[in-house]
Ligand binder design. Structure first.
Ligand SMILES: [Zn+2]
Length: 173
């Protein structure tokens, strides 16, 4: 998968944790390629997607988050006791899933030529997984790719960060 001459995607040198930042021209995100760390109890093939990238795509999600903020103690209501609260969370979770999956698939398609592994299968088989970040409990749900991902022979996980947030943190133009 050679890079084409019009592809200005850049891969930065690794930081001290071995994380590499991939910049794709025109994309609303930067991708951090991280060595897969078994010690996190992560099952691997993880594609972490910033919340901002989902809310940027979906005004309804922004609205539902505001509604959630207004729930007060009702947010702790047991499922089945308040139909409107169940409805809100069901809709919100469906939209998180839809939009995070779409961002992950978009990023995977654009990483062809940077990462090794079956990128087509990684994108096509990607799914929203309650155990994406932790195989023990649903503390860190997210996207799991449909195939393992590699960078220079090493298995990696991906972190897709909002370029806007990234700038704010780094103070870069
Ligand atoms: Zn957990």
């Amino acid at each position: 998968m050679p890079k084409t001459s019009t592809d200005n995607t850049t891969v930065a040198s690794p930081d001290r944790r071995g994380h590499r930042e991939v910049t794709i021209p025109g994309a609303p995100f930067v991708v951090i390629v991280e060595p897969y760390a078994r010690s996190w109890d992560s099952p691997g093939r993880r594609v972490y997607v910033d919340n901002d990238l989902a809310t940027d795509r979906c005004p309804e999600l922004v609205d539902l988050i505001e509604q959630e903020d207004g729930l007060g103690d009702r947010r702790f209501a047991e499922r089945g006791s308040l139909a409107e609260v169940d409805f809100l969370y069901d809709r919100m979770n469906r939209l998180w899933e839809e939009h995070k999956l779409a961002v992950a698939r978009d990023a995977l398609a654009q990483l062809d030529g940077v990462l090794d592994g079956d990128l087509t299968e990684a994108a096509a088989g990607a799914y929203f997984n309650l155990l994406a970040g932790c195989s023990a409990c649903p503390c860190s749900p997210g996207v799991t790719a449909g195939a393992s991902l590699f960078y220079q022979g090493q298995q990696v996980d991906l972190r897709i960060e909002s370029r806007r947030m990234h700038r704010r943190i780094d103070g870069r133009a």
